[in-house]
Ligand binder design. Sequence first.
Ligand code: SAH
Ligand code: AVI
Length: 327
Amino acid sequence: MFNHTTNAAVRAARPAHGANPQMLAEVAAGLSAPQKELSPKYFYDQRGSELFEEITRLPEYYPTRTERKLLQGWMPELISQLGTRTLIELGAGSAEKSRIILDAMRAAGTADLYIPIDVSATFLSLTAATLRREYPGLTVEPAVADISEELNLPRRFPHPALFAFLGSTIGNFYPPAAIRLLGRVRAAMSPSDRFLMGVDLRKDVARIEAAYNDSAGVTAEFNRNMLRVLNHELGANFDPLFFEHRAFYEPVAHRIEMHLVSTRAQVVTIPGLGEISLAKGESIRTEISAKYDRASVSELFDAAGFRIEAWPTDPNTPFGLVIGAPV
Ligand code: SAH
Ligand code: AVI
């Protein structure tokens, strides 16, 4: 995602002691771009994962409850038809909705293995421990991985497997990265496996924007949490108080953009990277959240080697579950 050249806003300094060099390089590239940018994967330390869970319960944030309803309606039949033995989930988080799929696997008598994949290591191990207690007899093998780089799957797992990517997290990846990511899923699949993806669909802009500008300010806290992650991981000295949350719909690319806007001219130091200058009003883009329609999902699936097998949607709140088969 980040391949920008370094500009004067980032001056070289000593390497940070103990900092993750890959993170440092990505942050350096992102903060050197004309539009400063950080990857949304940096939202998710323990606190960020908890804040996301809080977001899913907000009245304005419709995607989680809409997707849950669709899963409840469709999974029992789909899973019993497929005979799914392994559930592999990308960006599993708390796996709250995954339980609907696991319940369907259990009811069908085929629940062998669950592989939740996530970049948020501590949160993932808590999720795995809870699920082991809730589903005795199910093997739970969590995998810590940055899915923009790799899936970190075991070489063998029982088939048929269902690869699930819920919550419309696909929308947080720019199109080329999204295609590469789905291509990686496709490459790991056998012919009897299926891919299940949740996608938020294009709809009334005011409704979408409200979901990212909740009145309780939880999304703003979630956004600012990225600065705390950078402070903790890289020893940076961002002061979250001097950044404002901004989220708006960008109609040409059909996506929400989240930014952190500097409320004053300031200089932030990141050890190993140097000083970052931010003008008053200058922003760091922290997330995109693309909204889809059938044509844009088809394009993505074609590029990654899937055909759409089913496409259940919610009549009241446009959100889709796409079931893809490998071609
Ligand atoms: N699937 C859950 C959680 C969605 S939140 C749901 O639908 O509610 C997005 C999840 O993806 C978080 O748990 C976050 O830690 C994880 N995530 C974000 N970027 C990631 C990346 N690059 N690699 C792996 N996991 C990632
Ligand atoms: C995880 N992801 C799909 C969420 C979204 O809606 O794009 C993250 C989020 N950002 C702000 N609110 C929720």
